[in-house]
Design a protein around this ligand. Structure first.
Ligand SMILES: *[C@@H]1O[C@H](CO)[C@@H](O)[C@H](O)[C@H]1NC(C)=O
Ligand SMILES: *[C@@H]1O[C@H](CO)[C@@H](O)[C@H](O)[C@H]1NC(C)=O
Ligand SMILES: *[C@@H]1O[C@H](CO)[C@@H](O)[C@H](O)[C@H]1NC(C)=O
Ligand SMILES: *[C@@H]1O[C@H](CO)[C@@H](O)[C@H](O)[C@H]1NC(C)=O
Ligand SMILES: *[C@@H]1O[C@H](CO)[C@@H](O)[C@H](O)[C@H]1NC(C)=O
Ligand SMILES: *[C@@H]1O[C@H](CO)[C@@H](O)[C@H](O)[C@H]1NC(C)=O
Ligand SMILES: *[C@@H]1O[C@H](CO)[C@@H](O)[C@H](O)[C@H]1NC(C)=O
Ligand SMILES: *[C@@H]1O[C@H](CO)[C@@H](O)[C@H](O)[C@H]1NC(C)=O
Length: 911
């Protein structure tokens, strides 16, 4: 009877929890409902079947649920952390497309006969959008461009659309789809390689610029969020900027034109200064992409500008006008949010601020790579506190989020007693009297080191059993304490506040474990010397003296570029995107094919390719130059109607000496045909071209195959939508891992030739191959796309790393590794000092600093250098101190505990 009742109550509780479906709360009662749960509930109520009936409010999340949205005008000033990589990529890609379409629409706006047919055709738009998605798997879920009413002068309906007429609406939009149910997918696993492209301007109810359209309030017009590009109602001239560009042709291979062949301007998205109000890119609120990808996504939106009305005789009506928006999407679940508490007036405060569950003695820090998940944070001890002995590194949010109420109280730090005064600038002299004492303590630490070797990952079990042992003693102590108070203060409290927890470290999560004790990595003094020499050498090379150096001197060892693939991922992806686009286009477009009333597209032409190079340089502040380099006889020029020997459209940010005015410089760009580069630095002889060609020219095995499913309009007005006649389309293209990273080198203008464009700085070039079909219909290497970035923004990692990591700077951080471990710090700077030394398990930070709990790399390195030079220094004070009384070392810890227990027992027996 009683039992049955209990069962009913339990069932009822389960029903309340799961039956209603909409309630999302943590597994334990102490976890109160917060904004994360509110959003979870909202997201759970919508799915692909009911979303069409839902109100638009229930299909979107609060505007401030995505924090730290990249802003164009502050991007150059801020440090870019890995947790914003995907948003930056989205931002830059939306901008990239906006620049490209603005450029090409205005570049080819003059003549009905020569220009108009050269404008991008249908598949250009389709394949462009598809390449955005296929080159950014995990960073981008969708991409497209949505034209305003009657602004697209489509050139692919030559028979039925008169040349100065327009399509009512045109909106090619690509998005990633699940393909596990495709008949060709035998494995029934999502491949992440299938992309559907829809024309949003077709089908029933397709007017996305009308306010009743579900998409309209999300991406086209959200005035509170400043998304308000079309229809273009802005009269403010500052919202559109004019860009100057020059293009130099090659006269022949190895020789450049002395004067620019093209000198023009175009209107593009605004490029605001730091205090100007307009941004070129705005982010939408997270919304449910109903009927398309059926996911919660966030979009970045940027405007495309054309000089309208085109081909009109009434020239005074013409003005630059926003004619379209480019849209790039990202899965909301992949965006890292900051769960830490931020003050009300902090710009970082978002809807999710404060959902982290750090305790009062700890400080919260977000972790990258968790996306929309609980537990994406760590809790550090506040300055003046240390970890309890069983805790290896900071408390992981992941652990806290699964802790029961009793356990949760244990994620607290212990106050550090007997703090030392802050270090003074004078430090201590090497010959002070303390020397001998310190020496002894060094011997002790050696023993310590030996003991610590035991505690590597494989010895975790041993560690756990030791923890259990201490916990047993804990219980004894607790029992003892219940009997009376002994005034042992924090020491006992520290020992008491322990819980039997399994110890997890970041290594358990697949990450690199910097905290664990076993890898007592070392400091290599020779490496330190080599590293400082390398850095001072790079600083000594300037554009003025670089001509005097040999080519070998102007190249750093390849290992010095370690980490470029993460630091420059976004930049490299823009080259990869271009390689995907050129592959997709070249492999699928046949200009002779006609599909009913329309062509799919024409050959790629020079202006389009120059435009793509410009777009890569313009959309990303870190890219100094970008280009497309065709292999010999691989480019078919539609103007000359023949293959040309070499073609390498390359765009540069204009070097500082060309224009005095800073603002004007930012708006000026120059491009040239790299076929004209002097033969000693011909692009087809450069490592990034040669090596990729060697790898791919004879063997294309290993390329990824992408499936593109295009849907096109049934008629001119877009009353319906149907699969394209050739459906699906396939293309094969390289992956991110197939890109080639050059060694860091100094791009030196040796002859100081004012007509020769160089970056004149330390740079890294990253390149990707692209492919088309040969006449025999076999896959053929066509060339490479490349971007060049300044080395300046590369983060040096001086911390110990695995033996197989080719890092020039590995082991060059002079941390005191017996008591601390090294953590790299992201600063976007090619400098030493991008690290900090944090205390190891069982050690505490001994100084009375108000704001830090670690030794900053700058201090450690400079003090180490002073010590090497026999100058006054306090290098030897930059180490952590053994945590008082609760280390894991049997030699001291257990003696101490035994002593304590002894004292307690003595006290007890006295009572
Ligand atoms: C597809 O993407 C998901 C998420 O990034 C990844 O876990 C999965 O392994 C990918 N699948 C393939 C076949 O690459
Ligand atoms: C779409 O809707 C807008 C606003 O209602 C209207 O101005 C425009 O003419 C419409 N476009 C088409 C092609 O119907
Ligand atoms: C150089 O550029 C001009 C202007 O676009 C073009 O007309 C000409 O054909 C180009 N010359 C060569 C050799 O490509
Ligand atoms: C083409 O675009 C340029 C640059 O925006 C502009 O100056 C020019 O007037 C336009 N030409 C026509 C015919 O619209
Ligand atoms: C289209 O071109 C014709 C002839 O050039 C011209 O009379 C007409 O006004 C143009 N239409 C538009 C909408 O500009
Ligand atoms: C990203 O990481 C940085 C550095 O850890 C942090 O300051 C920032 O708040 C994080 N941003 C988000 C949204 O998590
Ligand atoms: C497209 O719509 C316009 C205006 O509604 C109409 O005049 C025209 O005949 C339509 N064209 C086609 C091919 O249906
Ligand atoms: C520093 O002092 C040590 C010991 O006196 C000596 O061996 C070393 O050469 C000195 N180094 C420098 C740079 O003077």
């Amino acid at each position: 009877m009683g039992l049955a009742r209990v069962a009913i109550v339990t069932l009822g509780a389960i029903f309340v929890l799961f039956g209603t479906g909409g309630i999302a709360i943590g597994p334990y009662r102490w976890m109160t409902r917060d904004n994360f749960d509110a959003v979870m509930e909202k997201m759970d109520t919508v799915n692909e079947f009911n979303c069409k009936e839902m109100s638009s409010e229930s299909l979107r999340l609060p505007a401030n649920s995505v924090g730290q949205r990249p802003k164009f005008n502050v991007l150059p000033q801020i440090v870019i952390f890995p947790n914003r990589t995907n948003l930056i990529h989205m931002h830059n890609m939306a901008l990239n497309r906006a620049y490209f379409y603005s450029y090409i629409l205005q570049r080819l706006n003059e003549s009905q006969v020569t220009d108009f047919p050269m404008l991008p055709g249908m598949l250009y738009y389709y394949m462009g959008a598809s390449a955005d998605v296929s080159s950014g798997v995990g960073l981008m879920n969708g991409s497209g461009v949505l034209f305003d009413t009657h602004t697209q002068y489509a050139n692919w309906y030559p028979t039925i659309l008169l040349f100065n007429n327009t399509l009512p609406l045109f909106g090619p939009k690509a998005f990633l789809v699940d393909d596990f149910q495709d008949p060709v997918n035998w494995l029934r696993e999502p491949t992440n390689n299938t992309i559907r492209v829809d024309d949003l301007g077709s089908g029933p109810g397709h007017n996305y610029t009308a306010s009743w359209h579900p998409l309209n309030s999300m991406v086209v017009r959200d005035v509170p969020n400043q998304i308000d590009f079309i229809p273009d109602l802005r009269t403010d001239y500052r919202a559109k900027h004019q860009y100057d560009y020059l293009i130099y042709n090659a006269t022949r291979v190895g020789e450049m034109e002395r004067m620019p062949n093209i000198k023009r301007q175009f209107f593009g998205p605004p490029s605001p200064g730091i205090s100007e109000p307009y941004q070129p890119v705005y982010f939408t609120r997270p919304y449910f992409d109903c009927g398309r990808s059926n996911k919660w996504i966030v979009s970045a939106v940027a405007p495309v500008i054309d000089f309208m009305v085109r081909y009109s005789i009434e020239t005074k009506l013409r003005r630059p006008q926003y004619v379209a928006i480019t849209v790039t999407d990202l899965d909301f679940l992949r965006i890292d949010f900051d769960p830490c508490d931020r003050s009300v007036d902090s710009p970082d405060r978002t809807y999710f601020s404060g959902v982290a569950r750090c305790r009062s003695t700890t400080l919260c820090e977000p972790l990258p790579g968790h996306g929309y998940q609980r537990g994406g944070y760590v809790c550090h001890c506040r300055p003046g506190y240390r970890y309890p002995y069983w805790q290896n590194g900071p408390f992981l949010g992941r652990d806290i989020e699964q802790a029961s109420e009793a356990e949760a109280d244990q994620f607290e730090c212990i106050p550090v007693e007997w703090k030392l005064q802050r270090l003074t600038e004078r430090g201590i002299t090497p010959n002070s009297k303390r020397r001998r004492r310190r020496k002894r303590s060094l011997d002790e630490t050696k023993e310590l080191v030996h003991l610590m070797h035991l505690y590597n990952a494989s010895a975790m079990a041993e560690l756990r059993s030791k923890v259990a042992e201490h916990d047993r003693r804990d219980r004894e102590l607790k029992r003892a304490q219940k009997a009376g108070s002994y005034g042992l203060g924090s020491l006992v409290k520290g020992l008491l506040s322990r819980a039997a927890r399994s110890i997890s470290t970041p290594a358990d999560m697949g990450g690199q474990n910097v905290h664990y004790l076993g890898r007592l990595a070392t400091f290599d003094a020779d490496r330190f010397k080599a590293a400082t020499q390398l850095i001072s050498f790079t600083a000594s090379v300037t554009p003025e003296n670089c001509a005097a150096k040999t080519p070998q001197q102007l190249e750093l060892p390849g290992e010095a570029g370690y980490g470029a693939d993460t630091s420059f991922q976004v930049q490299a992806r823009s080259a990869l995107r271009l390689a995907h686009f050129l592959s997709a286009f070249s492999q699928n477009v046949n200009p002779d094919e006609v599909y009913g009333p329309f062509y799919s597209d024409k050959h790629l032409n020079r202006d389009q390719l120059f435009g793509e190079a410009f777009a890569n340089v313009m959309s990303d502040g870190w890219i100094r130059s970008a280009g497309i380099y065709y292999d010999r006889e691989a480019f078919w020029d539609p103007l000359l109607k023949r293959r040309i020997e070499y073609f390498g459209p390359t765009a540069f940010k204009l070097a500082s000496d060309d224009t005095g005015d800073q603002k004007q410089r930012q708006l000026s760009f120059v491009a040239e045909d790299a076929a004209g580069w002097p033969l000693e630095r011909a692009y087809f002889e450069r490592d990034w071209f040669r090596i990729l060609k060697q790898r791919w020219a004879s063997n294309t095995y290993g390329l990824e195959t992408f499936v593109n499913k295009p849907y096109v309009r049934t008629d001119l007005n877009g009353t319906g939508s149907k699969p394209f006649q050739r459906y699906p389309l396939y293309y094969r293209a390289p992956r991110f891992a197939d890109m080639y990273w050059s060694k860091p080198y100094f791009d030196c203008n040796r002859n100081r030739d004012p007509n020769s464009r160089h970056v004149n700085d330390w740079v890294i070039t990253v390149a990707a191959p692209f492919f088309g079909y040969s006449e025999q219909r076999s896959l053929q290497f066509l060339g490479v796309t490349a971007v060049t970035v300044r080395l300046d923004k590369l983060d040096i990692n001086q911390c110990p790393g695995n033996f197989y990591e080719a890092n020039y700077f590995k082991n060059s951080a002079p941390c005191h590794f017996e008591s601390s471990y090294c953590v790299p710090v992201i600063q976007n700077k090619f400098q030493l000092e991008n690290y900090k030394c944090e205390c190891r398990q069982g050690f505490e930070y001994p100084y009375n600093d108000i704001s830090i709990w670690f030794f900053a790399g700058g201090t450690v390195s400079s003090q180490y250098e002073r010590a090497q030079r026999n100058e006054t220094n306090y290098y030897r004070m930059l180490k952590c101190r053994e945590g008082a009384g609760s280390t894991l070392l049997p030699s001291r810890g257990s003696i101490l505990v035994a002593m304590l227990v002894g004292v307690l027992v003595a006290n007890l027996s006295r009572d």
